[in-house]
Design a protein around this ligand. Structure first.
Ligand code: DLL
Length: 424
């Protein structure tokens, strides 16, 4: 860990120059980028110099599919993962042995920040495979000295049985799949709050403070946020500490963050915008000024660590719904749905275009056993309450429909929140 902020900045600059030298020598895409602005790697003395470079996008990664951005020889690749997009050319990412070592160490650091300790048992229900969640969490937990249960996603009934029988202290899973697991505990007549779990490390999708309260209360655990993306490394770019629970420390000795506005200009710390990340130690596939599309803001370090924090991700710019000129993020709806009594935390957003204008319908389940689950009148009242609060707080009119318990799609990983049924 670095000492003060100046020491950290000095170390980051040294690492930035080394990364730029590495990509300049080995990756034509980045060499052209530097040449185009007339800078050599050794010209970078301050992070304001970094802002002179253009941003790198997912399209740039796709255009260089599969190994166009590789900075090492192919025989140096120890592992390959891919980002979770479901359409178009996938984005593959590659790791050297050294990259895997750094990755395990930042995930180990993350689990420690979440309150995990050597000897703890970690149940990993992030998917294993090309997705970075499962294996990323796995090697980090092993690195910390934990016992790992590599459950992966799915087969929900068995997950609950494993938790009961093997008694893990920690679970790593998406927040929406955690909800599915909590329901399964209830279905089996078990109280999740009585289970061995005391820490949940949740990420890979946006979630809210309201969801934290829901999961903590039903699961009887401390829920903290982990962030990352395949293009940068996977989980373990940033982690919220269990002691402060107020934003995620970015492991800045490996990943340099910037926040940019819609025009791409760098914004000062504290201002909301899009997170842009530069890797400082990656060997196989470094990224320079990668646009994450994730919306957040930078906050100072905390009593837990000197590294800057980022606020919980409010959403991806790609997931933002523009409804009659008003921006709506699914997380805003989540906050509202979880506040209305009688409703379950399971919801989806249906986008339609019945005539000229888009319409958004909030589909949400009644809580099992509630009046809303039995009576049409109670359902209508709960739906009307959602419509009213959305109008008051976001300023746009939506439709809402309360449906039977257990009827909406359940998550086994990243939840699909928005169903877009607009024809054009
Ligand atoms: O989701 C890596 C990961 C795995 C992170 C497990 C945390 C836990 P990708 O599949 O490439 O990688 O998706 C990355 O997921 O750009 C965000 O939009 C979203 N995301 C990841 N963590 C969070 C989080 C993994 N804590 C994309 N909050 C990112 C909100 C998150 N969104």
């Amino acid at each position: 860990m670095p000492g003060g902020p100046e020491e950290l900045r000095a170390r980051q600059i040294v690492r930035l120059r080394a990364t730029l030298r590495h990509v300049y020598a080995n990756v034509p895409f980045y060499r052209d980028m530097l040449d185009a602005v007339g800078l050599q790697p050794d010209d970078f003395h301050d992070f304001s110099d970094l802002a002179k470079l253009p941003l790198t996008s997912k399209d740039d990664l796709r255009a260089n599919y599969a190994f166009g951005l590789l900075a090492v020889d192919e025989d140096q690749i120890a592992r390959i993962h891919a980002s979770s997009g479901t359409t178009g050319t996938p984005v593959v990412v590659a790791y050297t042995k050294y990259d895997l070592d750094i990755w395990a160490s930042v995930v180990a650091r993350s689990i420690r920040a979440a309150g995990g300790r050597p000897g703890d048992t970690v149940h990993i229900a992030y998917g294993y495979g090309l997705f970075t969640g499962g294996l990323g969490a796995h090697y980090g937990a092993e690195r910390l000295g934990c016992t790992v249960i590599p459950a992966s996603g799915g087969v929900t009934a068995r997950q609950v049985q494993l938790i009961n029988d093997l008694r893990p202290e920690i679970i790593m899973v998406t927040p929406t799949y955690m909800l599915t697991l909590l329901d399964e505990f209830e279905r089996q007549g078990l109280d999740a709050a009585e289970s061995s779990l005391r820490i949940g490390i949740f990420g890979a999708e946006p979630w809210t403070e309201a969801m934290r309260r829901e999961i903590e209360q039903r699961g009887g655990l401390t829920a903290v946020d982990i962030y990352g993306l395949s293009e940068v490394i996977g989980p373990g770019v940033a982690q919220e500490s269990a002691t402060t629970k107020d934003g995620l420390h970015i492991w800045e000795d490996h990943f340099y963050p910037e926040i940019v506005g819609p025009d791409g200009a760098v914004l000062p710390d504290g201002q909301p915008g899009e997170l842009v990340l530069t890797t400082l130690t990656k060997e196989a596939m470094p990224v320079i000024r990668y646009r994450t599309r994730d919306m957040t803001r930078l906050l100072p370090g905390s009593s837990y660590a000197p590294f800057r924090r980022m606020a919980r991700i409010s959403g991806r710019s790609d997931d933002m719904i523009i409804l009659r000129g008003v921006n709506v993020f699914p997380t805003q709806i989540e906050e509202i749905v979880l506040r209305v009594p009688g409703l379950a935390p399971h919801f989806q957003l249906l986008l339609t275009r019945p005539e000229q204008l888009d319409e958004l319908t909030v589909l949400v389940e009644a809580a099992p056993g509630s009046a809303e689950a039995r009576e049409a009148g109670a359902r209508d009242a709960a739906a009307a309450e959602i419509v009213r609060v959305v109008k008051d707080s976001i300023g746009v009119t939506v439709q809402a429909k309360v449906v039977d318990p257990g009827t909406l799609e359940r998550s086994t990983g990243k939840m699909r929140r928005v169903i877009d049924e607009r024809s054009t």
